[in-house]
Structures are given as structure tokens and as C-alpha cells.
Write a protein that binds this ligand. Structure first.
Ligand code: AMP
Length: 577
């Protein structure tokens, strides 16, 4: 069994790791750390997926190598998304606890840039950044990379997928000629090889677990339905499979409680588990869940940690988690101990991209399934009722009740009696008016299609048209707006087109393959205290440009932005070595 202290890390870093509960290095750490700690550092390629411990694989050598007494920026870590860069920075902060004077700063799009500029004025030895925002900060001279000796390209394949190739080229042109580059990627497509050939010299290469073993006992499924129909859709799945037992994951405590309340009001055996419950309440919920008197536990990711139940048939994702790792943790609750399990995600029509991302990066294959139809629901209710009757153990009291009926049903045939019994159950067995909805979206059926054709936000070329409440009054140009959209969403600028900037608002197209729920990226974004709203343009406005304005951009926080798309700013980009 290998230990961190055998990999060449300093004693103080090993002590921090012990404190963090890292007992044993993961395979990528075992292989990468000694190489990256070499006195004569070399370029390095690590083929590893999220969840393999790759952050510590490069983070620990970085922390042990950086000179904390020198206040200049010596290392740059680039990551594709805000979430990943935040997590990475947090891990680096944790690892560097024993190194007083070593500061890590994280910068990403969609947050107040003036605050980031201020933060970067402090000595910052390690900068973790998303490419778009970093470029912006370089142009504003808020960060200098001229002393950067270590560059980490984390999830490089994802950065290229997101269209950051040009940004990376330009950023690297600002770093030292003799820097070392450490590239981590889950896959090694041609574009990454090209990046390696351009920027790296005789890199050492380590590969671990690239074909992450997926649990063959779990079937991954997804259902496309409107957000407002999710609960109805979930109900249908519970109705047609009364024997199922599972966990439904929600993103917030509030969602968790509200959905549990709503479903239990309707008579489903469900309960909520989240951080606002006392320990005693949680224990009680868990006891009931384990005893099978509950069909569905509705929980947040945090609360569900450590739940150890082996016989779950289903995991539902009321919403997909932000972090890919959480998807693996969630779905791993089913398909245990040799049992088969289903992991089912409920997504809205714009979250298709997330499914593809999970498929690519978590190495699972999804099957799209439809919400059970009204007809299926009817058949299943009747069958369930029949099997309930067939499986009912006759109670002793029934004998005396039958006797006291004094043969009142004697003249009825068996069929007549059954028909009358069914009639008494009609309310339960038949479909109510409010249930008669086609809950499936995006499968080209029924009412939904008609609605789409009359009020579609999809343009003729298959793009989707969006509205944003930023316009000429905010001083934006086409290029600024593209930069801003790309920064916040993490989608490359080239995927935004046909911008129409108007007085108070703008419209733009996004290729439908990138059409995630764009609005969610802007939930916490403000421009000068005004919340930013981004919606699908349901009125299907024309995509012809109506106005064009060349002016200064004021981005979030009101500071002037320099999101220039001017090719001249790119002249420094190029091959090194
Ligand atoms: P990563 O693949 O870098 O995103 O790491 C996934 C998770 O594993 C993070 O929460 C790390 O803190 C944790 N982790 C990484 N290496 C170890 C280790 N050797 N022992 C325990 N936890 C680890």
C-alpha cells in the first residue's frame, strides 16, 4: 500500500492531507505526483476523468513547488466551467493550508469583475480561471502571466468542446517561453493532440481508468417534460410501478420539502430528507425508509450521503446535479448487490445538452423514455387493483360481515357483483380530467407540436432565439454581448449568432445543440444592481439585425469592459517552441 509520504511530498503537505482525511493516493496521484515533483519539471499529460483525484494529482506538486515568498503569479490553472474552477481553487486552498503566504485566487465569468480585479491586486501565486474571463482580465491588465512557470489545462477536452481554443492560444502567448504545461483530459481526440504538439515538449503521459467502469446493473434513462409537468410525470411512474422503491434527488431543501408534501397529500408513501430536519427526525425518516413502509425518499444530495440501502429499484433526478460526480453518486444508490436498477432523470426540453455531457464524461449511455400514457396508466391501475384483490389475505372479520349480509347478494351473478364493485372504484380506477395530458415534450406528438408551430422560438435554421434584458442603454456591442454570453454560459462565442441589439434589450440565436437552459446561468448575474434575465423569445422575433452600436461595454459591476473581438488583439497568439 503506497502512502503520500512516499511520493516525495513535503512533510507539512502530508500532514495537511492527513487532516483532510486523504489516507491513500489514488492511481493518478501515485503516478503523477512523483513525476510532477521532479527537480527538472517536464510537460505532462494525465488522461483521467472527474472523480479520479486528478485535482490533487497536480495540486499537491503545485503547492509544494510554488515559492510563497515571491508574490508574483507563478501558476495558472485553466478549467472549462465556473463550478469546476471554484472546486479546484477550493481544493488548492485546502492543500496549501500549511503554506502561509501562498494565495490562490479564482476568476470566472458571470461574477462581478471589479471584485476579481481588486482581489488580484493582492499577492496571488496561483490563479484558477475560466478562459474567457481570464482573457478579459489580461486585457484589462488586472493579471500578469509573465512569471507563470506552471500552466495546468484541466479538462482540456471540455475546454475545446466549449470553443475555448482561441482563448487558450491567446492566454498561453502571455506566459513564459520555458513554462511547463500539465494537461488533464478525459479523452484524447485529435484536437487535443494538436494542442499537445503545439504547446508541449516531450510530455510524460499517464493514463488511468479512462474507461471508467460503469455499473452494468444500472439502466440510465431520461424523460423530457416541461418543468411544470414534472410532478405529474413522476406520479405516473409511481402509479404504474407501485412496487418500486427509490430515492428522488432534488437540488434544494425547499424543492425537497415541497415535492414531498405535495405527493404525500395525494396519498403517496413518500418523505423528505434534508438538512433542515433535526438528527432525530432524520433517523426516524431513515428507519421508515429501510422498513419498506415508504415508496420514495425525497432528498438533497447532501442529506442522502451515507445512506446505505441495497434494494432500491429506482433513483429519480428531479433535476440533474450541477456536478458530474454527483450524478455518479446519485445513480450508484441503485443497482447494488447484484440487483438491477434504474436511474431516471427528468429534464426539460432545453437540458438535452446535459445528458450528452454526462454520457460523454461519465461514460454511461442514456435511453430516452416516454412518460406512461393515459391508456397505460388506466391499464396499470386496473391490474394493480386486481392483483391487490388476488393477493389480499382474507380477514377473519370478513366472515361475520358476510353472515350479517343475510345473502343480500345471492341473486347477483359473479360478473354482476364484480361490475358493481368496479363501479364503486371508478374514481380511483378511471383517469381524471386533469390527468389527461400528454406529458412528453420534444417527441413531436400531440398538442405540444401545434403550440410549437404557432409560437416557436426556433429559427428556420434550427437555432433557438433568446431574449436578454441588456441593450444599447448598457453600451454593448455585438462582440461585447457575445463575450458576456460566452463568459456566463461557458459556451464558445462562435455558437452565438444573429445578435439584434435594441434599446433596452437584445436578441440572439444559439445553436440548438447548445441549447441548455440558458436562463439558469444568469440566475445570479446583475448589471449595476439590475438582475439579468434571459428567456427563450417565445414571440419568435425575426433574426435580422435591427440596430448596431459601437460603444463601450459596461459589464456587471459597471466597470468598462474591453471584450473586443478585434483580430489585432490576437496577434500575439501562436506557437511556442
Ligand atoms: P477530483 O477527481 O480531483 O475532482 O477529486 C474527486 C474527489 O475526491 C474530491 O472531493 C477530492 O477531495 C477527493 N479525493 C481526491 N484524492 C483523494 C484521496 N487520495 N483520498 C481521499 N479523497 C480524495
Amino acid at each position: 500500500m503506497s502512502h503520500f509520504s512516499q511520493l516525495g511530498l513535503s512533510q507539512s503537505t502530508c500532514a495537511v492531507l492527513e487532516e483532510l482525511g486523504f489516507e491513500q493516493p489514488t492511481p493518478i496521484q501515485q503516478k503523477a505526483i512523483p513525476m510532477l515533483l521532479e527537480n527538472n519539471p517536464t510537460d505532462f499529460i494525465g488522461l483521467a476523468q472527474t472523480g479520479t483525484g486528478k485535482t490533487a494529482a497536480f495540486g499537491l506538486p503545485l503547492v509544494d513547488t510554488i515559492d510563497e515568498k515571491n508574490p508574483v503569479t507563478q501558476a495558472l490553472v485553466m478549467a472549462p466551467t465556473r463550478e469546476l474552477s471554484q472546486q479546484t481553487a477550493q481544493q488548492l486552498v485546502n492543500f496549501s493550508k500549511s503554506r502561509k503566504g501562498l494565495n490562490v485566487e479564482v476568476v470566472y465569468g458571470g461574477a462581478d469583475i471589479s471584485r476579481q480585479i481588486k482581489a488580484l491586486k493582492r499577492p496571488t501565486q496561483i490563479v484558477v480561471a475560466t478562459p474567457g474571463r481570464l482573457l478579459d482580465l489580461i486585457k484589462r491588465k488586472a493579471v500578469s502571466l509573465k512569471n507563470v512557470r506552471y500552466v495546468v489545462l484541466d479538462e482540456a477536452d471540455e475546454m475545446l468542446n466549449m470553443g475555448f481554443k482561441d482563448d487558450i492560444d491567446e492566454i498561453l502567448s502571455h506566459t513564459l517561453e520555458d513554462r511547463v504545461t500539465w494537461l488533464f483530459s478525459a479523452t484524447m481526440p485529435k484536437e487535443i493532440r494538436r494542442l499537445v504538439d503545439t504547446y508541449m515538449k516531450a510530455p510524460l503521459e499517464v493514463s488511468v481508468n479512462t474507461e471508467q467502469k460503469s455499473n452494468k446493473d444500472i439502466s440510465h434513462q431520461y424523460v423530457v417534460t416541461k418543468t411544470t409537468h414534472k410532478l405529474l410525470a413522476i406520479k405516473r411512474f409511481l402509479d404504474i410501478q407501485p412496487d418500486m422503491k427509490g430515492i428522488m434527488f432534488c437540488r434544494t431543501k425547499m424543492d425537497t420539502q415541497e415535492i414531498a408534501d405535495e405527493l404525500s397529500k395525494l396519498g403517496y408513501a413518500v418523505e423528505a430528507l434534508h438538512g433542515d430536519l433535526s438528527q432525530r427526525q432524520r433517523d426516524t425518516v431513515m428507519k421508515r425508509f429501510k422498513s419498506r413502509s415508504m415508496q420514495l425518499l425525497i432528498a438533497t444530495d447532501v442529506a442522502a450521503r451515507g445512506i446505505d440501502v441495497n434494494d432500491l429499484s429506482h433513483v429519480f433526478h428531479h433535476k440533474l446535479p450541477d456536478q458530474l460526480e454527483s450524478y455518479t453518486h446519485r445513480s450508484g444508490r441503485t443497482g447494488r448487490a447484484g440487483n438491477k436498477g434504474i436511474s431516471m432523470a427528468f429534464i426539460n426540453p432545453r437540458e438535452d445538452r446535459r445528458i450528452k455531457e454526462i454520457e460523454r464524461r461519465v461514460n454511461v449511455k442514456f435511453e430516452k423514455i416516454t412518460v406512461p400514457s393515459v391508456e397505460e396508466l388506466k391499464v396499470s391501475r386496473i391490474n394493480n387493483w386486481a392483483s391487490l384483490i388476488l393477493n389480499t389475505k382474507v380477514d377473519e372479520q370478513s366472515e361475520s360481515i358476510l353472515n350479517s349480509l343475510h345473502g343480500q347478494f345471492a341473486d347477483l351473478t359473479k360478473e354482476d357483483l364484480l361490475k358493481r364493485l368496479i363501479t364503486t372504484q371508478l374514481d380511483h380506477l378511471m383517469i381524471q380530467e386533469d390527468e389527461e395530458i400528454d406529458l412528453n415534450e420534444g417527441d413531436g406528438r400531440g398538442r405540444k407540436d401545434k403550440r410549437e408551430s404557432s409560437s416557436s422560438s426556433r429559427t428556420k435554421d434550427g437555432n433557438n432565439r433568446y431574449f436578454i434584458n441588456v441593450g444599447l442603454m448598457d453600451g454593448v456591442t455585438d462582440a461585447d454581448l457575445k463575450h458576456f454570453l460566452s463568459d456566463v454560459t461557458g459556451i464558445g462565442r462562435k455558437h452565438f449568432s444573429d445578435l439584434s441589439i435594441q434599446k433596452n434589450c437584445s436578441f440572439f440565436n444559439i445553436e440548438s445543440k447548445h441549447d441548455d437552459d440558458l436562463s439558469k446561468h444568469f440566475e445570479y448575474i446583475e448589471v449595476e444592481g439590475r438582475p439579468i434575465r434571459v428567456n427563450r423569445d417565445e414571440e419568435g422575433r425575426p433574426s435580422k439585425r435591427k440596430a448596431h452600436y459601437k460603444g463601450n461595454t459596461r459589464s456587471r459591476g459597471g466597470s468598462r469592459s474591453n471584450h473586443s473581438a478585434n483580430p489585432a488583439t490576437r496577434r500575439n497568439r501562436g506557437r511556442r517552441r
